[in-house]
Design a protein around this ligand. Structure first.
Ligand SMILES: C[S@@+](CC[C@H](N)C(=O)[O-])C[C@H]1O[C@@H](n2cnc3c(N)ncnc32)[C@H](O)[C@@H]1O
Length: 281
C-alpha cells in the first residue's frame, strides 16, 4: 500500500523517537529522489510500496547506529555531494574550512604562464582535491591515496567531478612523487593517537582505522608528510596540514625542524588550532 510523504515521516518519527527527525527526512528524500523544497510543497506525494520498504531498511540501519552518510552513501562537502562508504572517512565540516585558504593562496601563485600543481595526500573520498579541482579547473590536481580499499569510492567521485587536470596516484605518502614538482601539498592525515580514548564511539566503530589513527601520539604520519613534502614541494611551495585538537604546537616544532617558514594557523569552528600552513624554504 502507498503512503504520503507527510504520513510516512510522521509515523516514522513517532515510532523512532531516538532518531533525529532531520536524518529521517534525509533518508526519505534519498529514497524518493526529491529535494527538500519538493517535500515542503508536496506533503501529499504518494510513496510506492517498494520505496517504503527501502526507506524502512535505511531507518533500521540508522537505528543500528550506522552514521547517516554511510546509510545513504553520500556526504555534502563545500556544496558538492561525495559518495562515501565505510572504507573512507566521512568528510568533516571543519575540513571544508581549508578550501577557501587553498583557493586564496593558490590564486596568488597561479598565473597564465605558470600552471599550479596541487597534491591532496591521503585523498580518501577525494573531497579536498576534487573540490579544489572543481573550483579551479585550470590547476593540476593529484589525488594521492595508499589504501586500495578507498579506490572504488575515490574513482567514483573522480568520474563524477573530474576534469582533465585531475589524476589519481596510488602512493605511500609522497614516496612516488618526483622532487620539486608541486606548488601545494594539502593533507588531512590520520592523526589520532592509537588507543586514544578521546574518540567518539560511533567514529571508532564505523570509520576506517587507517584513516584515523597514527603512531607516535598521532604524529607519525604528520612527520612523514612534513619531511617528504619538503622534497616534493618547489621552493616556496605551500604545505597545508590538518591536525588534532592538541597537536598544533608540536606540528609547528616539526615544521621548524624541517626548515619550513611563514607558519600560519587556521582555527576551526570551535576555536581549535586545526590547520597549519607553511612555506617550503
Ligand atoms: C583522515 S583521512 C582523510 C580523507 C580525506 N582527505 C578527508 O579529508 O576526508 C586520511 C587518509 O589518508 C590515507 N592514508 C593513510 N596512510 C597513508 C599513506 N601512508 N599514504 C597515503 N595515504 C594514506 C587513508 O587511507 C585515508 O584515506
Amino acid at each position: 500500500m502507498c503512503s504520503t510523504v507527510e504520513a510516512l515521516l510522521k509515523s516514522c518519527s513517532q515510532n523512532n523517537l531516538s532518531l533525529n527527525k532531520k536524518d529521517i527526512k534525509i533518508c526519505l528524500l534519498y529514497v524518493i529522489e526529491k529535494s527538500k523544497t519538493f517535500l515542503l510543497t508536496n506533503p501529499q506525494y504518494e510513496v510506492s510500496k517498494p520505496k517504503i520498504n527501502e526507506f524502512n531498511r535505511l531507518i533500521q540501519l540508522l537505528k543500528s547506529g550506522l552514521p547517516l552518510a554511510y546509510v545513504i552513501g553520500n556526504q555534502e562537502f563545500y556544496g558538492y555531494e561525495y559518495y562515501v562508504n565505510s572504507n573512507v572517512l566521512i568528510p568533516r565540516p571543519e575540513t571544508e574550512l581549508i578550501i577557501p585558504e587553498i583557493l586564496k593562496r593558490g590564486d596568488l601563485i597561479f598565473n597564465k604562464n605558470k600552471k599550479l600543481t596541487l597534491i591532496d595526500a591521503g585523498s580518501g573520498s577525494g573531497c579536498i582535491g576534487l573540490t579544489v579541482a572543481c573550483e579551479r579547473p585550470n590547476w593540476k590536481i593529484i589525488l594521492l591515496e595508499k589504501k586500495l580499499d578507498c579506490m572504488d569510492i575515490l574513482k567514483k567521485n573522480y568520474v563524477k567531478y573530474s576534469n582533465i587536470n585531475c589524476k589519481i596516484v596510488a602512493s605511500d605518502w609522497l614516496k612516488s612523487i618526483k622532487q620539486k614538482v608541486c606548488d601545494i601539498v594539502v593533507s588531512n592525515p590520520p592523526y589520532i593517537e592509537s588507543h586514544s580514548e578521546n574518540i567518539d564511539s560511533k567514529v571508532f566503530k564505523y570509520e576506517p582505522h587507517y584513516a584515523l589513527f597514527s603512531e607516535e601520539k598521532g604524529l607519525n604520519d604528520i612527520k612523514l608528510l612534513i619531511s617528504q613534502s619538503r622534497l616534493a614541494l618547489k621552493k616556496d611551495g605551500l604545505l597545508f596540514i590538518e591536525n588534532g585538537f592538541d597537536q598544533s604546537n608540536e606540528v609547528i616544532e616539526i615544521l621548524k625542524k624541517n626548515y619550513y617558514k611563514d607558519i600560519d594557523i587556521i582555527l576551526d569552528y570551535n576555536g581549535i588550532k586545526r590547520f597549519t600552513i607553511s612555506r617550503n624554504s
